[in-house]
Ligand binder design. Sequence first.
Ligand SMILES: *[C@@H]1O[C@H](CO)[C@@H](O)[C@H](O)[C@H]1NC(C)=O
Ligand SMILES: *[C@@H]1O[C@H](CO)[C@@H](O)[C@H](O)[C@H]1NC(C)=O
Ligand SMILES: *[C@@H]1O[C@H](CO)[C@@H](O)[C@H](O)[C@H]1NC(C)=O
Ligand SMILES: *[C@@H]1O[C@H](CO)[C@@H](O)[C@H](O)[C@H]1NC(C)=O
Ligand SMILES: *[C@@H]1O[C@H](CO)[C@@H](O)[C@H](O)[C@H]1NC(C)=O
Ligand SMILES: *[C@@H]1O[C@H](CO)[C@@H](O)[C@H](O)[C@H]1NC(C)=O
Ligand SMILES: *[C@@H]1O[C@H](CO)[C@@H](O)[C@H](O)[C@H]1NC(C)=O
Ligand SMILES: *[C@@H]1O[C@H](CO)[C@@H](O)[C@H](O)[C@H]1NC(C)=O
Length: 313
Amino acid sequence: MACLPAALPALALRRWLGLGLVVLLCLSLGYALEKKVVKSKVGENVGLPCCHEIPSSESLHNYRVYWQKNTTEVVLAYAEGKKICKHKRYENRTEMGTRNLTLWISPVEILDNGPYQCVVQHLRFSQNSIVLCDEPVTLFVTADFSKPNITAEVSANSCESTEMVVRCSSHGGFPKSTISGALNNISVVWNVTWVSESSLSLYNVTGELWLNVTEDVIFTCSIENNGFAKSTSLLLKKTNDCVAPAVPPPYNVIAASSIIIVVFLLAITLAARYLARHVCSHCCKPQDSVEEGVKECMKPPVSYKVTSETSSL
Ligand SMILES: *[C@@H]1O[C@H](CO)[C@@H](O)[C@H](O)[C@H]1NC(C)=O
Ligand SMILES: *[C@@H]1O[C@H](CO)[C@@H](O)[C@H](O)[C@H]1NC(C)=O
Ligand SMILES: *[C@@H]1O[C@H](CO)[C@@H](O)[C@H](O)[C@H]1NC(C)=O
Ligand SMILES: *[C@@H]1O[C@H](CO)[C@@H](O)[C@H](O)[C@H]1NC(C)=O
Ligand SMILES: *[C@@H]1O[C@H](CO)[C@@H](O)[C@H](O)[C@H]1NC(C)=O
Ligand SMILES: *[C@@H]1O[C@H](CO)[C@@H](O)[C@H](O)[C@H]1NC(C)=O
Ligand SMILES: *[C@@H]1O[C@H](CO)[C@@H](O)[C@H](O)[C@H]1NC(C)=O
Ligand SMILES: *[C@@H]1O[C@H](CO)[C@@H](O)[C@H](O)[C@H]1NC(C)=O
């Protein structure tokens, strides 16, 4: 059982052999029908409608149904009521309505994005099956971006301004969307970086802005999500106030004066101890004082003399 989009050659043949008018009609109809779009989000269950509904008088046994993607790969095919082929990537994710032939895909993946086509053949005359319809339907799979997350990193600070890097990121969305930044409701030009493993996988996005904040501003980051926006705001504060530097000095003065006072007190204490030691050296050495006392006591000879003189007198 080859999983080839077998219905197409028959279809093409029929078209080429068919009436020009019908082809024209088909083309114009086809153009209108190609605009049929089914939207779904990653992980959801989606049903792609087919162009034919089997009447209650008949059953799937009388039909051959091909659900194919991008006219090149068969997603699912039924013939005479039996599944005749299935696609590896869609395995266990697809089902088909037995009456309205709707193709159900669950859970939907981003790779499922693209044009699909249901081709229905009636097998009443098995040699010459009739193509009843082949209708394209485009599946548009999206994924919602997360609520933006804003971070602000101060890189330099001065009295006049605060330089900062503001980053806003959001992840897990598809397809690429619009991420915008605004300062007090005025939109800004910034650097936007998209990251994804491939062009058909979820995107992460980061917006980056270098700012010189001279006054408090509100930064808002918004990401468009399938028609509506998710946004986050952050108040960017000018962290260094010019008045602020005036406040610290008193503290420094207090600290400095405390130090001076402490040093002064220490000096006094040391001086007092030093003096005390010197005084002690005069009064607290008993032998010295005795010697001096003795010396002093030796003076009396003078007085003695005097006395002797006086006595001699
Ligand atoms: C097909 O039938 C199923 C129920 O069997 C229903 O849920 C679904 O809406 C139908 N789809 C269309 C396109 O009619
Ligand atoms: C359809 O298939 C062709 C050939 O395989 C490929 O080049 C093209 O990009 C596909 N288109 C879509 C929309 O997947
Ligand atoms: C599909 O389901 C069957 C039975 O549950 C399992 O054996 C098989 O591995 C599944 N295939 C995939 C691709 O998940
Ligand atoms: C925002 O980003 C920061 C830093 O990357 C992280 O710590 C924080 O959890 C994130 N917040 C949310 C709500 O994701
Ligand atoms: C921004 O705009 C919103 C409504 O659009 C308004 O409520 C808000 O006050 C504005 N903020 C500033 C800072 O202009
Ligand atoms: C996107 O962000 C998510 C969550 O932060 C992370 O797990 C994932 O690896 C990122 N994807 C890429 C392609 O960087
Ligand atoms: C964008 O990035 C470049 C280099 O990383 C930087 O010089 C420039 O200032 C950025 N632009 C904005 C608007 O932040
Ligand atoms: C920010 O502003 C200050 C003062 O206004 C200036 O000195 C500084 O160079 C500015 N920085 C940037 C990145 O513009």
